[in-house]
Structure formats: C-alpha cells, structure tokens
Ligand binder design. Structure first.
Ligand code: ZN
Length: 157
C-alpha cells in the first residue's frame, strides 16, 4: 500500500448508490442513481421511465451485470407464470419493491425463459428468493412465505 489513495471527492463518487437495471421497454442496461429516484430516471436509449418501485425483469443475459453492478442488496424472485405460489408472493414483492425503493433492488427471473441462471443456482422449486450483495449470494428462501417471514428474510440480508 503506497501513499496517495483516492481523494475524498473520488471516494464520494465511487460510493455513489447506483443500480444497474435493464429497461423494461427496450432492454438496454442503465445505471440508475438510487439517491435521486424522485427525479424519475429515464432510459438512456429509449427515454421511457425506469420504475424501481416494482420488480424489474432480469434474464440470463443481464443477471451478472445487474447483481454485480448494484450497490444495494438485490433480491431475485425466481418464478414461472404457471406457478400458483409465485402469484401469491408477487404482490408481497411488489409491496417490498415499492416501500424499499432505493434501499433494495427487487428483480424477477422467469425460470422457464431463463433456464441457465436457474440451473446455476440450483433452483429446484419456485418461488425461490435469493438475495445478492456485490454479486455474492447472502440469503435464500424457498417457497412462498408469509409477509412476516419475508420481512425477517429481508432483515437478515
Ligand atoms: Zn429503454
């Protein structure tokens, strides 16, 4: 370690709370400043709003960029359209995304359309929630859980 680390201003820049998400309309990856959500971030490509107060779709192609490029915990909902318990969890996760926007990033992965990521994380049943920090798994819940257990899970990550 030599002298001359980052200047205070450079440190502040790198500490910036950003999330990396794919635009729901055009799929372009965008970096969103989580401290300025009230300014209604827009996609740099198509200009449509990027709304983080609901779960955003993630895919095999964008999974790594989103989970490693986001400064807050990323909660991934592994689900499928035909899965009844997933439909029970969906409004709970909508609510978490809304209440915790800027503190947590809630995303959803359709395991039918994105089998590679499901295999990679050994998903055997859905819904499965996995929480990531800096791309590393820090928690997992399998199956539909009541709101109190969901809150406990979110506090544990
Ligand atoms: Zn777009």
């Amino acid at each position: 370690m030599s002298a001359g680390g980052p200047s205070p201003s450079a440190t502040a820049m790198s500490d910036k709370k950003t999330a990396t998400v794919a635009c729901p309309f055009c799929g372009t990856l965008n970096r969103v400043d989580l401290t300025r959500l009230e300014q209604h971030p827009k996609c740099g490509n198509c200009g449509k709003p990027i709304l983080l107060d609901r779960p955003i779709a993630i895919s095999d192609a964008t999974f790594d960029k989103v989970t490693t490029g986001t400064a807050v915990p990323v909660v991934v909902d592994f689900y499928a359209d035909w899965c009844g318990p997933c439909k029970i969890m969906a409004p709970l996760l909508d609510d978490v995304a809304h209440r915790r926007a800027g503190e947590l990033l809630v995303v959803k992965l359709d395991t039918d359309r994105n089998p590679l990521t499901g295999q990679r994380f050994g998903i055997r049943g859905i819904p499965t929630l996995i929480a990531f920090r800096n791309g590393q798994e820090v928690g997992r819940r399998v199956g539909a859980v009541p709101p109190s257990e969901l809150e406990a899970f979110l506090r544990s990550i």
